[in-house]
Write a protein that binds this ligand. Structure first.
Ligand SMILES: [Fe+2]
Ligand SMILES: [Fe+2]
Length: 332
């Protein structure tokens, strides 16, 4: 990124301290995985585990496959911290830098780290899933990394994270809702508390982009159009379990079928962000900026139309085995 653009992020530092760091929760006020799990040092541990396992029997395999995929996505956190630290002007230069951008990167990572921990322990105790296969998938995924196509550019980077935090807010919110519908209030609470974190993170990232729209509308709208042309790739798109070459597609298909994360959600997120950033009302743009604005504003209905057509075309009932649930075949 050119030096004058890096300067923009430097000049935003005191703003970021006041407006972004406030969206991190102090550790002393944060929930911890242990708050939602059987307590191993207590008398009632075995009883609590038994209850957890009884309750989890009421949930179908397809629910577990989606929850496992969500957990694996959370567990690849080293990849996401690395991705944040590729961004010019906001990366953590030393590993313990006191710039507000670096403090945010680490604080965000530390908060997110609880998500994978909590889901991983819950899934382990449930006895419903093949932990070894899941652990292999996590190791493969961290080894593969990801390419969010943000090109070291924080405009692209913060648009990507805004989108992703909202996507995870929606999907954890839906796994919470489904757990509740199956009478598993404990798991509903677990997914719900994670969704609440994602929402808070979404608020912070969308605020950064809102500020960029204010300071540098042209570059920001061009970045948004660029990101949407490339399509937001999901963070775990390179997942592999050593067996299924279409694992991510198959997991996504089940998530779509049970309504945890769908193509409609993708269009809805974009529409939400366009509204949140008042993209339609941007003024004073260059010719290129105007074109990008038109493209982005027209995109949600276009994505929906394409999606409807695609849905009408395919729709053959296929199945796939998932190693995460001991190779059982699930409908896609
Ligand atoms: Fe998360
Ligand atoms: Fe997140």
């Amino acid at each position: 990124m050119p030096p004058e653009k890096i300067e923009i992020f430097k000049s935003m530092e005191s703003w970021a301290t006041k407006n972004i760091l406030t969206h991190l929760k102090p550790v002393e006020k944060s929930w911890q995985p242990q708050d939602f799990l059987p307590q191993a040092d207590s008398e009632g541990f075995y009883e609590q585990v038994k209850e957890l396992r009884e309750r989890s029997k009421e949930l179908p395999d397809d629910y577990f496959v989606v929850l496992v995929g969500d957990m694996i996505t959370e567990e690849a956190l080293p990849t996401y911290q690395t991705a944040l630290n590729t961004l010019d002007g906001v990366r953590d230069e030393t590993g313990a830098s006191l710039s507000p951008w670096a403090v945010w990167n680490r604080g965000w990572t530390a908060e997110e780290n609880r998500h994978g921990d909590l889901l991983n322990k819950y899934l382990y105790l449930s006895g419903r899933v093949d932990m070894r296969q899941i652990e292999k998938t996590i190791q493969y995924l961290i080894g593969c990394g990801m390419d969010p196509k943000t090109e070291n550019n924080p405009y692209l980077g913060f648009i990507y994270t805004s989108f992703q935090e909202r996507a995870t807010f929606i999907s954890h919110g839906n796994t919470a809702r489904l757990a509740k519908e199956h009478g598993n209030m404990k798991l509903a609470q677990i997914c719900g508390i994670i969704a609440a974190d994602e929402k808070r993170h979404e608020t912070a990232y969308t605020k950064i982009v809102e500020k960029l729209f204010e300071i540098d509308p042209d570059a920001t709208i061009l970045a948004l159009a660029d990101m949407m042309r490339k399509k937001i790739s999901m963070p775990a798109h390179l997942m592999f379990d050593g067996q299924d070459d279409n694992l991510f597609e198959n997991y996504s298909a089940v998530a779509q079928r049970i309504g945890v994360y769908t193509a409609k959600d993708y269009a809805d997120i974009l529409e939400f962000l366009v509204g949140r950033w008042k993209v339609e009302k941007l003024t004073g743009l260059s010719g290129e900026g105007h074109k990008a604005q038109d493209f982005v504003c027209g995109l949600p209905p276009r994505i929906r139309r394409l999606e409807e057509r695609a849905q009408g075309r395919v729709k053959q009932a296929s199945t796939a085995p998932f190693s995460w649930v001991f190779g059982r075949e699930l409908k896609l």
